[in-house]
Design a protein. Structure first.
Length: 255
């Protein structure tokens, strides 16, 4: 699996096709994510990266139609509502972060465990201390409204809220979007730390250089199709990837 046959496959996406009317957005996309792996999908704007994540998470707009299979830990989630996917262990952190600005940091985090609360789990908030250990700044600001946080802190809060549901796989959509370079490095350092907790991560990221540095395996998505794939270090040294995504051309400036 993804260069390591001993790694258990957690997420298996096959023959994924998405269309908006007669316009095809994704064509026979195949993605695999192993236990404890960071798998990244890079590619130009408009390649279909976010559409792919939304299709996997079950949050595809009603205007889109999907075909293919999404298998999470051996269970077929195709056609299954998003809340069931969350209950099965999948959680999407959207690029918008989708926080509740007028609610406190702690209340936003507790919302992440709401599904567990509704299921009757008495220890539904048991991840709170772990999240505060991962993100000490959130603990310092636990009583602040989310709308008062910086961009980097809001991204931390979005990640922390996702972890409250105890996911098996995290889907991260452009976590570095709109952040200063120093904060981007901090966020990617945190993502590597998340891997150490055992959660599998599917990372969609425009910053190809940063993504390939932290990932185990990588896919290149172009015009809705997987154009290349391989171990992240191998792709980071591939001349085509360097020229198109990591180089200094006018078309693709340095990230």
């Amino acid at each position: 699996m993804n260069g390591n046959p001993q790694t258990e496959t957690i997420l298996n996406v096959s023959d994924l096709q998405v269309a908006y009317g007669k316009v095809g957005a994704l064509h026979n996309v195949k993605i695999e994510v192993g236990a404890g792996q960071i798998v990244t999908v890079i590619g130009p704007n408009g390649a279909g990266k976010s559409t792919m994540l939304n299709a996997i998470a079950g949050t595809l707009p009603s205007s889109g139609s999907m075909r293919g299979q999404v298998i999470l830990q051996g269970r077929n989630l195709s056609g299954v509502p998003v809340e069931v996917r969350v209950a099965r262990g999948m959680c999407l952190v959207p690029e918008t972060r989708a926080l509740f600005a007028s609610m406190t940091v702690e209340d936003n985090l507790l919302l992440g465990s709401y599904r567990r609360y509704r299921a009757g789990e008495k220890n539904y908030a048991d991840q709170l201390d772990s999240v505060f250990q991962l993100f000490p700044r959130l603990k310092e600001r636990r009583r602040q409204e989310a709308g008062t946080l910086s961009g980097g802190e809001r991204q931390m809060l979005a990640l922390g809220r996702a972890l409250m549901s105890k996911p098996q796989v995290l889907l991260l959509d452009e976590p570095s979007l709109g952040l200063a370079p120093l904060i981007v490095r901090e966020i990617f350092h945190i993502i590597v730390g998340l891997k150490a907790t055992g959660v599998a991560i599917l990372l969609v990221e425009q910053n190809a250089r940063a993504a390939l540095q932290v990932a185990d395996y990588a896919y290149v998505l172009e015009t809705g199709e997987v154009a290349m794939e391989g171990p992240a270090k191998q792709l980071a040294n591939d001349p085509k990837v360097i020229d198109t995504y990591l180089g200094l051309t006018k078309k693709h400036p340095r990230e």
